[in-house]
Design a protein around this ligand. Sequence first.
Ligand code: GLU
Ligand code: ASP
Length: 498
Amino acid sequence: MSGINKQKIVDSVPQKGFFGHPKGLFTLFFTEFWERFSYYGMKAILVYYMYYSVSKGGLGIDQTTALAIVSIYGSLVYMAGIIGGWLADRVFGTSKAVFYGGILIMLGHIALAIPGSVSMFFVSMILIVIGTGLLKPNVSSVVGEMYAETDDRRDAGFSIYYMGINLGAFLSPLIVGSKLIMNTSFHIGFGIAAVGMFFGLIMFMTTKKKNLGLAGTIVKNPLSPSEKKKFSIIISLAVIVVGIILAILIPAGKFTFATLISLVGFLGIIIPTLYFIVMYRSPKTTAVERSRVLAYIPLFIAAVMFWAIQEQGSTILANYADKRTQLDFAGMSISPAWFQSLNPLFIITLAPVFAWLWVKLGKRQPTIPQKFSLGLLFSGLSFIVILLPAYLGGTNSLVNPLWLVLSYLVCVLGELCLSPVGLSASTKLAPGAFQAQMMSLWFLANAAAQALNAQMVKFYTPETEMAYFGVIGGASIILGIILLAISPKIQGFMKGVR
Ligand code: GLU
Ligand code: ASP
């Protein structure tokens, strides 16, 4: 998009009106708040819905399979962001992508809210994957569009927006995942998630005109008529070919769940690899930018390791909360799903402390690669923490819930070193011609992580619990130490980016 267009968009957004930030931040904050409310609310009960027996209102799916499905689901949600970003850039613009995405997400939750069969569950999964792929990356990129390039409120704007994400993620498990709802019917919980997304859509539609001006309305790089024709043919052919392959393989019993896990694992690794190759080899990438792409590779690998542990907070640790934890504690009867509120709660309370700390340390603060390595050390430590109860007391008795609280807390310390820094480092290290794609690439780290998780969950059983946490936590710590050792080198490759 040309500089003139960019400025025209900025000028069309009322520049004050939400904590000293552009008024549009209000719209985006609450749209994303409600979207994350619905996503994390659903996710807090999803795994239980899958493996609880039919008599307890669940689907009665085998536990390991259920944990793998949640990981595949999470991986596909972030992978679909590439399609969402492409459609917004080339077909209908970010604002429409957010709207269509919201509708699909809401329909997905409605499909889960209607008591039905396993097939209904898969229909809902597809709707939510495509819907979130359309909404999530695009709503974040509109945040960036509202600020002029030289506006130094941009980082603070993203921090406020990040609070919106985590506020939604904090509140919904408390409501959707309450015992009252889980014991009555999971479908009511999914219904609440649908209502949440409905509120988000209403918020977006009623305030966008006034608050967002032109932001999100311009298709940045529209398809030419000949490209339109070419892509329609390619996409139709691809759909037909995949349809035929599946129609042959599924009835023949050749496309099993294990095939799906392997396929997602393969895509999780191959897609980011292709991204790196294309960016590195593009004639539009300058020599300095090429060096920065190289610097981004170890950071990306670290991010995959980090998200692999963080995302297990809603699979393996959710299972741990259900099966291994004393839920009658200090006179309370705790819902296992409530543990999902801990991560966002710690994020909300500690993010300002970290922001203060970095400012206070000024030039003495750790470099970007050093912060990533701290992220890995903390995430690794969070798994060592949760290994201790089995080490100290065996796996036959129930564990004090404070162990889980401590594990989530330690992981958040890592998240605050890595996640916000990763977002801004992605924009700073991106070659000029690949700014938007670099954002999708960042989300692909999470997609790759969850694709790996889908492969790993089968190694988790009560008997292997200590080894499982020990090996993964240990791997993260070792990777963190290696990263720390090579961080001056990486910093050199970053060519002045700090
Ligand atoms: N918890 C973050 C969110 O929902 C994860 C996104 C990421 O991978 O950066 O926005
Ligand atoms: N901290 C996560 C993200 O930033 C939310 C969660 O895992 O609940 O949004």
